[in-house]
Design a protein around this ligand. Structure first.
Ligand SMILES: Cc1ncc(COP(=O)(O)O)c(C=O)c1O
Length: 438
Protein backbone atom coordinates (compact mmCIF):
# COMPACT_ATOMS: atom_id res chain seq x y z
CA UNK A 1 0.00 0.00 0.00
CA UNK A 2 1.42 3.36 -0.96
CA UNK A 3 0.14 5.11 2.17
CA UNK A 4 1.79 4.21 5.46
CA UNK A 5 -0.87 2.56 7.57
CA UNK A 6 -0.52 4.73 10.64
CA UNK A 7 -2.57 7.48 12.30
CA UNK A 8 -0.57 10.70 12.43
CA UNK A 9 -1.61 14.27 13.19
CA UNK A 10 0.71 17.04 12.03
CA UNK A 11 -1.76 19.90 12.65
CA UNK A 12 -4.84 20.49 14.76
CA UNK A 13 -7.93 19.30 12.88
CA UNK A 14 -9.00 20.93 10.66
CA UNK A 15 -5.60 22.10 9.48
CA UNK A 16 -5.05 25.42 7.64
CA UNK A 17 -5.56 24.02 4.13
CA UNK A 18 -8.77 22.30 5.13
CA UNK A 19 -9.96 25.55 6.69
CA UNK A 20 -9.27 27.44 3.48
CA UNK A 21 -11.12 24.82 1.44
CA UNK A 22 -14.03 24.88 3.87
CA UNK A 23 -14.34 28.63 3.40
CA UNK A 24 -14.51 28.06 -0.36
CA UNK A 25 -17.03 25.25 0.13
CA UNK A 26 -19.28 27.52 2.18
CA UNK A 27 -19.35 30.15 -0.56
CA UNK A 28 -19.64 27.71 -3.48
CA UNK A 29 -21.57 24.61 -2.37
CA UNK A 30 -25.24 24.49 -1.42
CA UNK A 31 -25.63 24.62 2.34
CA UNK A 32 -27.88 21.54 2.29
CA UNK A 33 -24.84 19.40 1.47
CA UNK A 34 -23.27 18.85 4.89
CA UNK A 35 -20.02 17.15 5.88
CA UNK A 36 -19.26 14.93 8.88
CA UNK A 37 -15.79 16.41 9.31
CA UNK A 38 -14.40 19.75 8.11
CA UNK A 39 -11.34 17.95 6.76
CA UNK A 40 -10.60 17.64 3.03
CA UNK A 41 -9.18 14.41 1.64
CA UNK A 42 -6.08 14.23 -0.54
CA UNK A 43 -5.47 10.47 -0.71
CA UNK A 44 -6.81 7.26 0.81
CA UNK A 45 -6.04 3.56 0.93
CA UNK A 46 -6.29 0.66 3.36
CA UNK A 47 -7.57 2.08 6.62
CA UNK A 48 -6.09 5.58 6.21
CA UNK A 49 -7.33 8.85 4.70
CA UNK A 50 -4.65 11.51 4.22
CA UNK A 51 -5.94 15.06 4.40
CA UNK A 52 -4.73 18.13 2.49
CA UNK A 53 -2.56 19.17 5.47
CA UNK A 54 -0.77 15.81 5.61
CA UNK A 55 -2.71 14.40 8.59
CA UNK A 56 -3.38 10.66 8.48
CA UNK A 57 -6.79 9.68 9.77
CA UNK A 58 -8.14 6.23 10.52
CA UNK A 59 -11.17 5.48 8.37
CA UNK A 60 -14.02 3.76 10.22
CA UNK A 61 -16.57 4.93 7.66
CA UNK A 62 -15.47 3.73 4.18
CA UNK A 63 -17.29 6.70 2.67
CA UNK A 64 -20.50 5.26 4.18
CA UNK A 65 -19.83 1.58 3.47
CA UNK A 66 -18.49 2.00 -0.05
CA UNK A 67 -14.73 1.37 -0.09
CA UNK A 68 -14.94 -2.20 1.15
CA UNK A 69 -11.87 -3.17 -0.92
CA UNK A 70 -10.04 0.07 -0.04
CA UNK A 71 -10.14 3.48 -1.71
CA UNK A 72 -7.20 2.85 -4.05
CA UNK A 73 -7.38 -0.89 -4.53
CA UNK A 74 -4.71 -1.85 -7.11
CA UNK A 75 -7.04 -4.17 -9.05
CA UNK A 76 -9.69 -1.43 -9.23
CA UNK A 77 -7.16 1.22 -10.21
CA UNK A 78 -5.72 -0.98 -12.99
CA UNK A 79 -9.14 -1.98 -14.34
CA UNK A 80 -10.44 1.59 -14.33
CA UNK A 81 -7.26 2.91 -15.96
CA UNK A 82 -7.48 0.35 -18.74
CA UNK A 83 -11.18 1.01 -19.34
CA UNK A 84 -10.88 4.79 -19.28
CA UNK A 85 -8.21 4.58 -21.98
CA UNK A 86 -10.42 2.33 -24.13
CA UNK A 87 -13.67 4.32 -23.86
CA UNK A 88 -15.53 6.17 -21.11
CA UNK A 89 -19.11 5.83 -22.31
CA UNK A 90 -21.24 4.73 -25.19
CA UNK A 91 -24.52 4.20 -23.29
CA UNK A 92 -25.43 0.53 -22.85
CA UNK A 93 -28.84 1.26 -24.39
CA UNK A 94 -27.17 2.50 -27.61
CA UNK A 95 -24.08 0.35 -28.21
CA UNK A 96 -23.64 -2.22 -25.43
CA UNK A 97 -20.32 -3.48 -24.07
CA UNK A 98 -19.22 -6.65 -22.32
CA UNK A 99 -18.41 -5.19 -18.87
CA UNK A 100 -22.11 -4.63 -18.15
CA UNK A 101 -22.95 -8.21 -19.12
CA UNK A 102 -20.07 -9.55 -17.02
CA UNK A 103 -21.26 -7.62 -13.94
CA UNK A 104 -24.78 -8.96 -14.49
CA UNK A 105 -23.39 -12.51 -14.73
CA UNK A 106 -21.36 -12.01 -11.54
CA UNK A 107 -24.38 -10.68 -9.62
CA UNK A 108 -26.60 -13.50 -10.90
CA UNK A 109 -23.98 -15.97 -9.63
CA UNK A 110 -23.23 -14.34 -6.27
CA UNK A 111 -26.63 -13.20 -5.00
CA UNK A 112 -28.63 -15.60 -2.80
CA UNK A 113 -30.64 -18.42 -4.42
CA UNK A 114 -29.87 -20.69 -7.35
CA UNK A 115 -32.94 -19.75 -9.40
CA UNK A 116 -32.66 -18.27 -12.89
CA UNK A 117 -31.81 -14.57 -12.50
CA UNK A 118 -31.44 -11.36 -14.46
CA UNK A 119 -29.81 -8.04 -13.52
CA UNK A 120 -30.23 -4.40 -14.52
CA UNK A 121 -27.62 -1.75 -13.63
CA UNK A 122 -28.10 1.81 -12.43
CA UNK A 123 -26.06 4.55 -10.73
CA UNK A 124 -27.12 5.06 -7.12
CA UNK A 125 -28.74 3.00 -4.42
CA UNK A 126 -31.89 5.12 -4.49
CA UNK A 127 -32.21 4.74 -8.27
CA UNK A 128 -31.95 0.97 -7.95
CA UNK A 129 -34.54 0.86 -5.15
CA UNK A 130 -36.92 2.88 -7.35
CA UNK A 131 -36.37 0.45 -10.20
CA UNK A 132 -36.99 -2.54 -7.95
CA UNK A 133 -40.38 -1.01 -7.11
CA UNK A 134 -41.10 -0.36 -10.81
CA UNK A 135 -40.25 -3.96 -11.67
CA UNK A 136 -42.35 -5.38 -8.81
CA UNK A 137 -45.31 -3.25 -9.89
CA UNK A 138 -44.98 -4.29 -13.52
CA UNK A 139 -44.83 -7.96 -12.48
CA UNK A 140 -47.65 -8.00 -9.93
CA UNK A 141 -49.82 -5.31 -11.56
CA UNK A 142 -50.36 -4.03 -8.01
CA UNK A 143 -49.39 -0.67 -6.47
CA UNK A 144 -48.70 -0.75 -2.75
CA UNK A 145 -45.24 -0.98 -1.23
CA UNK A 146 -44.53 -1.89 2.38
CA UNK A 147 -41.52 -0.56 4.26
CA UNK A 148 -40.54 -0.61 7.93
CA UNK A 149 -39.95 1.66 10.89
CA UNK A 150 -36.35 2.95 10.90
CA UNK A 151 -35.96 2.19 7.18
CA UNK A 152 -33.61 4.13 4.93
CA UNK A 153 -33.89 3.67 1.17
CA UNK A 154 -32.56 6.95 -0.27
CA UNK A 155 -33.30 10.59 -1.03
CA UNK A 156 -35.23 10.61 -4.32
CA UNK A 157 -38.94 11.30 -4.07
CA UNK A 158 -40.14 7.69 -4.01
CA UNK A 159 -37.30 6.55 -1.75
CA UNK A 160 -37.92 9.48 0.61
CA UNK A 161 -41.46 8.19 0.95
CA UNK A 162 -39.90 4.83 1.85
CA UNK A 163 -37.33 6.32 4.27
CA UNK A 164 -38.58 6.69 7.84
CA UNK A 165 -36.63 9.51 9.43
CA UNK A 166 -37.82 13.08 9.00
CA UNK A 167 -34.71 15.18 9.74
CA UNK A 168 -32.45 15.56 7.91
CA UNK A 169 -33.87 13.54 5.03
CA UNK A 170 -37.52 14.43 4.45
CA UNK A 171 -38.13 17.68 6.29
CA UNK A 172 -39.72 20.33 3.96
CA UNK A 173 -39.30 18.12 0.86
CA UNK A 174 -42.79 16.62 0.52
CA UNK A 175 -45.28 15.74 -0.78
CA UNK A 176 -43.97 12.22 -1.23
CA UNK A 177 -44.96 9.42 -3.57
CA UNK A 178 -48.21 7.65 -2.67
CA UNK A 179 -48.94 3.98 -1.98
CA UNK A 180 -46.05 3.53 0.44
CA UNK A 181 -47.04 2.03 3.81
CA UNK A 182 -44.90 1.68 6.92
CA UNK A 183 -45.22 -1.08 9.49
CA UNK A 184 -43.33 -2.03 12.65
CA UNK A 185 -40.22 -4.16 12.24
CA UNK A 186 -37.93 -6.01 14.59
CA UNK A 187 -35.63 -4.06 16.93
CA UNK A 188 -34.79 -6.53 19.69
CA UNK A 189 -33.01 -4.00 21.94
CA UNK A 190 -36.04 -1.69 22.01
CA UNK A 191 -39.06 -3.93 21.41
CA UNK A 192 -37.74 -6.74 23.65
CA UNK A 193 -38.93 -9.36 21.19
CA UNK A 194 -36.16 -11.88 20.51
CA UNK A 195 -38.36 -14.26 18.53
CA UNK A 196 -38.36 -13.12 14.91
CA UNK A 197 -41.41 -15.19 14.02
CA UNK A 198 -43.45 -13.29 16.64
CA UNK A 199 -42.18 -9.92 15.41
CA UNK A 200 -43.00 -10.96 11.83
CA UNK A 201 -46.52 -12.08 12.78
CA UNK A 202 -47.09 -8.63 14.28
CA UNK A 203 -45.90 -6.88 11.10
CA UNK A 204 -47.89 -9.21 8.84
CA UNK A 205 -51.04 -8.65 10.86
CA UNK A 206 -50.62 -4.91 10.28
CA UNK A 207 -50.02 -5.50 6.56
CA UNK A 208 -53.06 -7.75 6.17
CA UNK A 209 -55.36 -5.44 8.12
CA UNK A 210 -54.17 -2.11 6.73
CA UNK A 211 -53.11 -2.84 3.15
CA UNK A 212 -54.04 -6.36 2.06
CA UNK A 213 -51.87 -8.72 0.02
CA UNK A 214 -54.13 -8.17 -3.01
CA UNK A 215 -52.98 -4.55 -3.18
CA UNK A 216 -49.36 -5.15 -2.29
CA UNK A 217 -46.70 -5.25 -5.02
CA UNK A 218 -43.59 -5.40 -2.87
CA UNK A 219 -42.24 -5.61 0.64
CA UNK A 220 -38.90 -3.80 0.77
CA UNK A 221 -36.56 -4.39 3.70
CA UNK A 222 -32.94 -3.91 4.71
CA UNK A 223 -31.78 -7.27 6.18
CA UNK A 224 -29.78 -5.24 8.70
CA UNK A 225 -31.08 -1.68 8.89
CA UNK A 226 -28.34 0.85 8.16
CA UNK A 227 -29.05 4.54 8.68
CA UNK A 228 -31.87 3.62 11.10
CA UNK A 229 -29.30 2.36 13.62
CA UNK A 230 -27.61 -0.86 12.43
CA UNK A 231 -30.59 -2.82 13.64
CA UNK A 232 -30.38 -6.58 13.25
CA UNK A 233 -33.84 -8.14 13.27
CA UNK A 234 -34.49 -11.06 15.60
CA UNK A 235 -33.62 -14.44 14.03
CA UNK A 236 -36.56 -15.79 12.06
CA UNK A 237 -37.99 -12.37 11.15
CA UNK A 238 -36.73 -12.21 7.56
CA UNK A 239 -37.51 -15.86 6.68
CA UNK A 240 -41.08 -15.43 7.99
CA UNK A 241 -41.62 -12.29 5.90
CA UNK A 242 -40.12 -13.94 2.81
CA UNK A 243 -42.35 -17.00 3.23
CA UNK A 244 -45.46 -14.83 3.58
CA UNK A 245 -44.53 -12.88 0.44
CA UNK A 246 -44.07 -16.14 -1.49
CA UNK A 247 -47.46 -17.43 -0.34
CA UNK A 248 -49.25 -14.17 -1.11
CA UNK A 249 -47.91 -13.09 -4.49
CA UNK A 250 -45.88 -10.20 -3.05
CA UNK A 251 -42.36 -9.48 -4.32
CA UNK A 252 -39.84 -9.72 -1.46
CA UNK A 253 -37.15 -7.08 -2.07
CA UNK A 254 -33.96 -7.04 0.01
CA UNK A 255 -32.30 -3.63 0.03
CA UNK A 256 -28.68 -4.72 0.45
CA UNK A 257 -27.26 -1.38 -0.65
CA UNK A 258 -25.35 -1.06 2.63
CA UNK A 259 -25.13 -4.71 3.76
CA UNK A 260 -23.98 -6.27 0.49
CA UNK A 261 -20.59 -7.44 -0.75
CA UNK A 262 -19.00 -9.01 2.32
CA UNK A 263 -19.80 -6.09 4.62
CA UNK A 264 -21.71 -8.19 7.16
CA UNK A 265 -19.44 -11.24 7.10
CA UNK A 266 -21.48 -12.94 4.38
CA UNK A 267 -21.45 -12.02 0.73
CA UNK A 268 -24.99 -10.73 1.35
CA UNK A 269 -26.75 -10.31 4.69
CA UNK A 270 -29.71 -12.34 3.40
CA UNK A 271 -27.38 -15.35 3.20
CA UNK A 272 -27.11 -15.57 7.00
CA UNK A 273 -30.60 -17.01 7.38
CA UNK A 274 -30.79 -18.65 3.98
CA UNK A 275 -33.26 -16.10 2.60
CA UNK A 276 -33.35 -15.88 -1.21
CA UNK A 277 -35.03 -12.53 -2.01
CA UNK A 278 -37.13 -12.25 -5.18
CA UNK A 279 -35.22 -9.04 -5.94
CA UNK A 280 -32.02 -7.82 -4.33
CA UNK A 281 -30.83 -4.23 -4.59
CA UNK A 282 -27.09 -3.54 -4.39
CA UNK A 283 -24.84 -0.47 -4.65
CA UNK A 284 -22.13 1.09 -2.41
CA UNK A 285 -19.54 -1.72 -1.96
CA UNK A 286 -20.19 -3.09 -5.46
CA UNK A 287 -17.59 -1.06 -7.36
CA UNK A 288 -14.68 0.07 -5.16
CA UNK A 289 -15.93 3.65 -4.97
CA UNK A 290 -17.35 4.19 -8.44
CA UNK A 291 -21.08 4.92 -8.74
CA UNK A 292 -22.90 1.74 -9.68
CA UNK A 293 -26.02 -0.03 -8.45
CA UNK A 294 -28.07 -3.01 -9.47
CA UNK A 295 -31.33 -4.86 -9.21
CA UNK A 296 -30.92 -8.62 -9.47
CA UNK A 297 -33.72 -11.12 -9.21
CA UNK A 298 -35.92 -13.90 -10.46
CA UNK A 299 -35.89 -13.96 -14.24
CA UNK A 300 -39.67 -13.95 -14.55
CA UNK A 301 -40.00 -10.85 -12.33
CA UNK A 302 -37.05 -9.00 -13.87
CA UNK A 303 -38.47 -9.65 -17.34
CA UNK A 304 -41.90 -8.14 -16.58
CA UNK A 305 -41.16 -4.56 -17.73
CA UNK A 306 -41.51 -3.95 -21.47
CA UNK A 307 -38.35 -3.51 -23.57
CA UNK A 308 -37.02 0.02 -23.11
CA UNK A 309 -38.84 0.37 -19.78
CA UNK A 310 -35.62 0.16 -17.77
CA UNK A 311 -32.43 2.11 -18.26
CA UNK A 312 -30.85 5.53 -18.02
CA UNK A 313 -27.99 7.38 -19.70
CA UNK A 314 -25.25 6.26 -17.34
CA UNK A 315 -26.61 3.06 -15.78
CA UNK A 316 -23.85 0.44 -15.86
CA UNK A 317 -21.22 2.90 -17.07
CA UNK A 318 -18.23 0.95 -18.48
CA UNK A 319 -15.72 2.42 -16.00
CA UNK A 320 -17.95 1.58 -13.05
CA UNK A 321 -18.45 -1.93 -14.45
CA UNK A 322 -14.68 -2.45 -14.80
CA UNK A 323 -14.29 -1.31 -11.19
CA UNK A 324 -17.05 -3.65 -10.04
CA UNK A 325 -15.46 -6.69 -11.70
CA UNK A 326 -12.15 -5.84 -10.01
CA UNK A 327 -13.82 -5.25 -6.63
CA UNK A 328 -15.73 -8.53 -6.85
CA UNK A 329 -12.54 -10.39 -7.80
CA UNK A 330 -10.81 -8.82 -4.79
CA UNK A 331 -13.60 -9.77 -2.38
CA UNK A 332 -13.53 -13.36 -3.61
CA UNK A 333 -9.78 -13.87 -4.04
CA UNK A 334 -8.62 -12.00 -0.94
CA UNK A 335 -11.10 -13.69 1.38
CA UNK A 336 -12.82 -10.47 2.42
CA UNK A 337 -15.94 -12.24 3.71
CA UNK A 338 -13.70 -14.00 6.25
CA UNK A 339 -11.87 -10.74 6.94
CA UNK A 340 -15.19 -9.07 7.82
CA UNK A 341 -15.81 -11.83 10.37
CA UNK A 342 -12.33 -11.33 11.85
CA UNK A 343 -13.05 -7.62 12.18
CA UNK A 344 -16.30 -8.42 13.99
CA UNK A 345 -14.45 -10.61 16.49
CA UNK A 346 -11.78 -8.01 17.13
CA UNK A 347 -14.10 -5.01 17.40
CA UNK A 348 -16.74 -6.76 19.51
CA UNK A 349 -14.01 -7.88 21.92
CA UNK A 350 -12.76 -4.30 22.21
CA UNK A 351 -16.27 -2.91 22.71
CA UNK A 352 -17.16 -5.67 25.17
CA UNK A 353 -14.18 -4.72 27.33
CA UNK A 354 -15.39 -1.16 27.84
CA UNK A 355 -17.16 -0.90 31.16
CA UNK A 356 -19.71 1.84 30.71
CA UNK A 357 -23.40 1.53 31.48
CA UNK A 358 -24.18 4.14 28.85
CA UNK A 359 -23.50 1.48 26.22
CA UNK A 360 -27.01 0.10 25.87
CA UNK A 361 -26.35 -2.32 23.05
CA UNK A 362 -23.42 -3.62 21.02
CA UNK A 363 -24.61 -5.08 17.75
CA UNK A 364 -24.08 -5.66 14.06
CA UNK A 365 -22.30 -8.21 11.95
CA UNK A 366 -18.96 -8.42 10.17
CA UNK A 367 -17.59 -4.95 9.58
CA UNK A 368 -20.99 -3.31 10.07
CA UNK A 369 -20.97 -2.78 13.83
CA UNK A 370 -22.45 -0.28 16.24
CA UNK A 371 -23.00 0.77 19.83
CA UNK A 372 -26.25 2.35 20.93
CA UNK A 373 -25.65 4.98 23.61
CA UNK A 374 -28.23 5.62 26.32
CA UNK A 375 -28.60 7.34 29.67
CA UNK A 376 -26.57 5.75 32.45
CA UNK A 377 -28.07 2.38 33.32
CA UNK A 378 -31.26 3.08 31.32
CA UNK A 379 -32.48 2.84 27.73
CA UNK A 380 -33.20 6.52 27.01
CA UNK A 381 -31.36 7.43 23.75
CA UNK A 382 -28.45 9.84 24.27
CA UNK A 383 -27.72 11.51 20.91
CA UNK A 384 -25.59 14.21 22.55
CA UNK A 385 -23.22 11.58 23.92
CA UNK A 386 -22.89 10.01 20.46
CA UNK A 387 -22.13 13.45 19.04
CA UNK A 388 -19.58 14.24 21.75
CA UNK A 389 -17.74 10.94 21.41
CA UNK A 390 -17.67 11.21 17.60
CA UNK A 391 -16.36 14.78 17.85
CA UNK A 392 -13.62 13.79 20.29
CA UNK A 393 -12.61 10.86 18.06
CA UNK A 394 -12.55 13.15 15.01
CA UNK A 395 -10.23 15.56 16.83
CA UNK A 396 -7.85 12.64 17.40
CA UNK A 397 -7.95 11.59 13.75
CA UNK A 398 -10.49 8.76 13.86
CA UNK A 399 -13.34 9.07 11.36
CA UNK A 400 -16.43 7.63 12.99
CA UNK A 401 -20.04 8.12 11.91
CA UNK A 402 -23.26 8.32 13.88
CA UNK A 403 -26.68 7.08 12.81
CA UNK A 404 -30.02 5.93 14.15
CA UNK A 405 -33.55 7.25 14.28
CA UNK A 406 -32.62 8.75 17.67
CA UNK A 407 -29.13 9.83 16.52
CA UNK A 408 -27.57 7.91 19.39
CA UNK A 409 -25.69 5.17 17.53
CA UNK A 410 -21.97 5.14 16.80
CA UNK A 411 -21.38 3.00 13.76
CA UNK A 412 -18.22 1.34 12.53
CA UNK A 413 -17.77 0.52 8.85
CA UNK A 414 -14.04 0.18 8.22
CA UNK A 415 -12.68 -0.86 4.84
CA UNK A 416 -12.05 -4.60 4.95
CA UNK A 417 -8.43 -3.86 4.04
CA UNK A 418 -7.79 -2.10 7.36
CA UNK A 419 -5.08 -3.63 9.59
CA UNK A 420 -5.69 -4.99 13.09
CA UNK A 421 -3.16 -2.44 14.40
CA UNK A 422 -5.22 0.46 13.04
CA UNK A 423 -8.41 -0.99 14.49
CA UNK A 424 -6.73 -1.33 17.88
CA UNK A 425 -5.52 2.25 17.73
CA UNK A 426 -8.97 3.52 16.68
CA UNK A 427 -10.75 1.70 19.50
CA UNK A 428 -8.19 2.98 22.03
CA UNK A 429 -9.14 6.48 20.88
CA UNK A 430 -12.87 5.73 21.05
CA UNK A 431 -12.65 4.17 24.52
CA UNK A 432 -10.72 7.22 25.76
CA UNK A 433 -13.24 9.58 24.11
CA UNK A 434 -16.10 7.79 25.86
CA UNK A 435 -14.26 7.82 29.20
CA UNK A 436 -13.60 11.56 28.85
CA UNK A 437 -17.33 12.30 28.67
CA UNK A 438 -18.09 10.83 32.11
C1 LIG B 1 -30.03 0.56 2.70
C2 LIG B 1 -29.84 1.71 1.78
N1 LIG B 1 -30.63 1.83 0.70
C3 LIG B 1 -30.47 2.85 -0.17
C4 LIG B 1 -29.52 3.81 0.02
C5 LIG B 1 -29.38 4.93 -0.96
O1 LIG B 1 -28.21 4.79 -1.69
P1 LIG B 1 -27.61 6.04 -2.49
O2 LIG B 1 -27.13 7.01 -1.46
O3 LIG B 1 -26.50 5.45 -3.31
O4 LIG B 1 -28.72 6.57 -3.32
C6 LIG B 1 -28.66 3.72 1.12
C7 LIG B 1 -27.63 4.74 1.37
O5 LIG B 1 -27.13 4.93 2.46
C8 LIG B 1 -28.82 2.65 2.03
O6 LIG B 1 -28.05 2.51 3.11
Amino acid sequence: MSIEQQRRLVTELPGPRSQQLMARKVSAVAGGVGTTMPVFAAAADGGIIVDVDGNQLIDLGSGIAVTTVGAANPRVVAAVTEQVAAFTHTCFMVTPYDGYVAVAEALNRLTPGDHDKRTALFNSGAEAVENAVKIARAYTKKDAVVVFDHAYHGRTNLTLAMTAKNKPYKHTFGPFAPEVYRVGGSYPYRDNERDGAVAAARALDQIEKQIGADNLAALVIEPVQGEGGFIEPAPGFLPALAAWCRDNGVVFVADEVQTGFARTGDMFASDREGVAPDLIVTAKGIAGGLPLSAVTGRAEIMSAPHEGGLGGTYGGNPIACAAALAAIETIEQDGLVERAREIETLVKARLGNIEDDRIGDIRGRGAMLAVELVNSGGTEPDPQLAKDVAKAAHAQGVIVLTCGTYGNVLRFLPPLTISDALLDDAFDVLAAALEATR
